[in-house]
Write a protein that binds this ligand. Structure first.
Ligand code: LLP
Length: 421
């Protein structure tokens, strides 16, 4: 459930008309709903009720400071994958002990930054990373708390570009080698083993792959404990999918996911962490865009928008479906027309949807892309020298620009021309 509903024929974000935001900030823009963000966080938090746990928001899905502040205020920890993300968490007051550091390529600089600032744990993904972390922590005279990310070789049954738990993927260490790697970690100075980490992919729409992975983690917990390691924390990753269209079968609910966690690892007495991104931020955001032209092609109509693939890359990159709805609600029974919905960027990949049924729209009509809160603004670029689009946060009947649209001058001023030119 989200808080983007039609009221009296117009789309609202909570209690603010989307058209009012468009008039104030111009199009395209992203808009997030505070109530939806906090609601989705609470769904996870409640689903793990009864287990010691921390829900760490995967901020790679949406890392605007205002969004992070909403979630931190609701009680979220943070899952970060870079020094920049770590500093974002710290900037909104999240203490180091509520920040987990994931990712396959942590650099020495990032290790030093996070060890100095405080970190809950490093989810270590390889032996070379483990040796590097040991050396950095030892040189700093501190101890780095670690889990090892294991790759359980489970098919997440999701898009190939966002599956991470198969042996062919770059993530984690093969679970079959876990004992050897934990023994190595225990022998290295400056590291303290505290648990196990797993993450098998994103936009999972079935529970079975999670179940297979978590069962393997539960078995491994017993094995590693028998080897003498302290396993007191399990980081079970993110990945629970969201409905991208209202007509599809709904993915499992956080309550069902929570029950699965309790069933598979609840008996181990571990503190559980999860790292959801998309389910918290995805349906908490829209991208709003305006029709620039309606163009008659040889055999089809194109709806040419002012938003493009550089603003929302998911359709071009993952063939992702986003529901696209008119901001003015169509009259009941209004005739539907098939449109190819495209942006102005100079490549055919800049296509959001083909043959999409919409009411007949004309120039200047506003449309909203649903489910655009996750992996939307964070993946945007300035391709075609299009400035990054603004982000807006709604809270009840208030809204605020939480990242302004840069001016063309600001965009150009970041380039420098060398003195010899
Ligand atoms: N934890 C780790 C270690 C991850 O790699 C990810 C996502 C998450 C948590 C959060 O997963 P979520 O709950 O959001 O599914 N850009 C792609 C998705 C990439 C996901 C990368 N890792 C997309 O737009 O679909």
């Amino acid at each position: 459930m989200d808080h983007f509903l039609y009221r009296d024929g117009a789309l609202f974000a909570e209690d603010v008309a989307v058209s009012e935001i468009a008039a104030a900030v111009g199009t395209p823009f992203y808009v997030y709903s505070t109530a939806t963000l906090t609601r989705h966080f609470r769904l996870f938090d409640d689903a793990l009720d009864g287990l010691p746990h921390l829900v760490c928001f995967a901020m790679k899905s949406c890392s605007n400071l205002a969004v992070l502040k909403v979630l931190a205020g609701a009680g979220a920890g943070m899952d970060v994958v870079s020094g920049g993300e770590y500093l974002r968490a710290r900037a909104v007051g999240v203490p180091g002990e509520r920040i987990v550091f994931s990712g396959v390529g942590k650099t020495e600089e990032e290790m030093r930054l996070t060890l100095a600032g405080g970190i809950r744990q490093f989810n270590v993904e390889s032996e070379p990373e483990m040796r590097r972390l040991s050396a950095v922590a030892t040189a700093m005279g501190v101890v780095a708390p670690i889990t090892v990310r294991v790759n359980p070789d489970v098919d997440a049954k999701t898009h190939a570009k966002i599956a991470t738990g198969k042996s062919e993927n770059k993530f984690g260490i093969p679970i079959a080698r876990a004992r050897e790697v934990y023994a190595m970690a225990a022998a290295l100075p400056g590291l303290k083993i505290i648990g196990i980490d797993v993450h098998i992919g994103s936009q999972l729409t079935e529970l079975a792959p999670f179940e297979a992975a978590y069962q393997k983690v539960a078995e491994l917990t017993e094995v590693l404990r028998a080897d003498g390691h302290e396993i007191s924390r399990l980081d079970l990753g993110g990945g629970l999918g969201i409905p991208y269209t209202r007509s599809n079968d709904a993915p499992p609910l956080p309550t069902e996911y929570g029950d699965l966690i309790k069933r598979t690892v609840g008996h181990l007495g571990c503190e559980v962490e999860i790292e959801p991104g998309r389910l918290i931020s995805g349906n908490a955001g829209l991208m709003v865009s305006k029709v620039v032209y309606v163009k008659e092609g040889a055999d089809r109509q194109f709806l040419i928008l002012d938003g493009a693939m550089n603003d929302l890359i998911r359709p071009a990159m993952y063939d992702a479906w986003h529901d696209i709805v008119p901001v003015i609600e169509p009259a009941p029974g209004a005739e539907q027309v098939a449109f190819d919905i495209v942006g102005p960027v100079c490549e055919s990949g800049d296509t959001f949807a083909k043959g999409r049924l919409m009411p007949q729209l004309g120039e200047d009509a506003l449309v909203a892309f649903r489910s655009a809160g996750a992996y939307g603004a964070v993946m945007a670029s300035e391709y075609n020298s299009r400035p990054l689009i603004p982000e807006v946060l709604v809270h009840g009947d208030q809204f605020a620009v939480i990242r302004a649209r840069p001016t063309f001058d600001e965009m150009l001023s970041r380039d420098t021309i060398p003195s010899w030119l």
